[in-house]
Write a protein of this length. Structure first.
Length: 285
C-alpha cells in the first residue's frame, strides 16, 4: 500500500487504453518516473514489479512505482483490454508497511503544515462495481483533447475522484488498521482542539485503549497524541495572531490552551519566539 502526504495531491499526467490479442504482452519498463495505474476491463494481465507478481483480471487494478521495473511474466491467454493512467506527486510518498513514518518524514516534517493529511492507495485490488471507474477513465481520455487551463483543472478534479473511488472500494490489507486508527485519532484531536484533552476521552471516542492509540500515532506521525494536539493548537494560534486583532490571552483560550503561561512556553518552544514577537513579525511586513 502507498501513502501520499498531501498537499500537494497526486497530479494526473496522461491516460489511455489498449487491447492486447492472445499472446500479447505489456511492455517491460524500468524507472519510468511516473506512477503507472492499470485497470483491466476484460481478459487478464500478468505483470511483476521487481520480484512481486500480479495477476490483473477484469475489474481489477494495479499500481506500479515510478522508480522500479515491471515486466510481463506471462502473455495474455485471451484478448485483453485495459485502461492506463500516469500520475506523479511533488509531495512525500512511500510504502506504508514499514515501521517508520512513510516517505522518511520525521515529526518536524509532519508538522510543517498541520492541514496535511495522508492518502492511502492499495498496490492492487478488485472493484466490486468497476463501471464508474471505467467511465471516469474514458472521460479523462476524452478531455485530453482540450488543452485549455479550465480543462486541465477539471481533469485534475476528476482524477482525484478516481483515486478516491479506488481507495474506498478496495479493502485495505490486514495489518493496516494502525494507519486508520492514527488518522482517526488525528482527526479527533483536530475537531476537539479547543476542549480540555484527556486520554480517557479520546479512548472512549475511538473505542481503543489510549496506549494503543499512542503507539499507532507514534508509528505514523512520530509523536504522541498530546504532542500532536499541542502543535496543532500552536498552528491555530499562529493563524489568529496573523489574521485577527484579538488579545494574546484571548487567542490562547481560543486555541485550546487553558493556561496562558503554558501557551507562551509551548509557542516559544515550537515557533522559536513569543506570540507577540510572532505577530509583530508578520503584521508589520
Amino acid at each position: 500500500m502507498f501513502q501520499f502526504i498531501s498537499p500537494p495531491l497526486p497530479h494526473f499526467i496522461l491516460c489511455g487504453e489498449d487491447t492486447y490479442p492472445i499472446g500479447g504482452k505489456h511492455a517491460d519498463r524500468s524507472g519510468i518516473g511516473v506512477f503507472d495505474l492499470l485497470l483491466v476491463t476484460r481478459g487478464c494481465l500478468h505483470i511483476a514489479e521487481e520480484n512481486v507478481p500480479l495477476t490483473i483480471g477484469p475489474g481489477s487494478f494495479a499500481l506500479f512505482r515510478p522508480d522500479r521495473a515491471h515486466r510481463t511474466t506471462e502473455p495474455c491467454r485471451e484478448e485483453t483490454h485495459f485502461y492506463w493512467a500516469h500520475f506523479q506527486t511533488l509531495g512525500l510518498w512511500g510504502e506504508a508497511e514499514s515501521e517508520e513514518p512513510a516517505g522518511g518524514s520525521g515529526p518536524e516534517e509532519t508538522y510543517r503544515a498541520m492541514d496535511q493529511f495522508a492518502i492511502y492507495l492499495p498496490r492492487s485490488g478488485t472493484l466490486p462495481s468497476p463501471e464508474p471507474a471505467f467511465a471516469q477513465l474514458r472521460q479523462l481520455s476524452a478531455m485530453q483533447e482540450d488543452s485549455s487551463a479550465p480543462s486541465h483543472w477539471r481533469r485534475q478534479l476528476l482524477f482525484q475522484e478516481l483515486l478516491l473511488r479506488l481507495r474506498e472500494e478496495t479493502k485495505l490489507p490486514p495489518g493496516s488498521s494502525y494507519l486508520t486508527i492514527a488518522d482517526e485519532a488525528a482527526a479527533f484531536l483536530r475537531r476537539n482542539y479547543k476542549a480540555a484533552f484527556t486520554y480517557r476521552k479520546m479512548s472512549d471516542a475511538l473505542h481503543f485503549h489510549a496506549n494503543y492509540i499512542s503507539l499507532c500515532m507514534k508509528r505514523v506521525y512520530g509523536c504522541t497524541p498530546l504532542d500532536y494536539l499541542t502543535r496543532y493548537r500552536v498552528e491555530q494560534a499562529k493563524r489568529l495572531l496573523i489574521d485577527t486583532n484579538e488579545a494574546v490571552g484571548r487567542i490562547a483560550e481560543e486555541s485550546g490552551f487553558g493556561s496562558f503561561p503554558y501557551f507562551v512556553r509551548c509557542f516559544g518552544r515550537l515557533a522559536g519566539m513569543t506570540p507577540a514577537a510572532f505577530r509583530k513579525q508578520f503584521r508589520e511586513r
